[in-house]
Design a protein around this ligand. Sequence first.
Ligand SMILES: [Zn+2]
Length: 249
Amino acid sequence: MKNVERKIDFHTLIENLSYELKLEKGKNDLLLTFQNATFETLTEVAFEARGYDYFGELISTESKEYFLIQLKNLNLKPGQCVVNYKIQVSKSIRQLDLKQSYVIDMTGQKEIYKESEYQIYYYDKFFPDSYKDKKVLDVLKKFNPSATCYPLETQAGWICCCGYLNKTENKRCKYCQKIKDEVFLECSQKSVEEKIAAEEKEFNQRMEKRMLERDRRETKELILFIIRFITVIILIILIFAIIIHFRTG
Ligand SMILES: [Zn+2]
């Protein structure tokens, strides 16, 4: 377990934004990857894009410094990712700066990205390469594969088991979409420790049962061996007795 720093934007509409430009076969493709960080299914996501040429100079379009990149006809569920969405851009663009602009949900509601509201916070993160942490993580990940810590209430909001800081009023995590009450019920330190203890108890009982069965099997095999051995001895004695009887008779 290590205390780590994380920075999030309370106003963000998307998370994990990454992009790359691929100039090949006379085409310049922008590959976009991001995650829906709203509580709605989105049909459209738009970005403000600023393009720079080979010399790093800003390319202006129609007297505007930026142009809009709009991804339409989406069906992007809360927490779901778009991976390498391909959009063709001008060949003169060598570098891009992207800023989230707005999203539109299933009901047609448009949400414009406001000013950022960054929060820096610290939390105790578990690491799978530590034996002690792995035991905790194994339990947490059964509830949420992206779990990484115990949930925590803070003044700024509540930290989900995935490590994301949510506003106090959020009933769900914006990042992993897990319900707050369930997160605190299933992933609290007390609950996890109880689960680990129960698992260890079950494991020990299973081992005891297995050893008992093995002991029983070995005893049975030993008895069978002794019976066979005695039978063979009796048979030999009988055969000798019969032979002696006939010889002397
Ligand atoms: Zn979460």
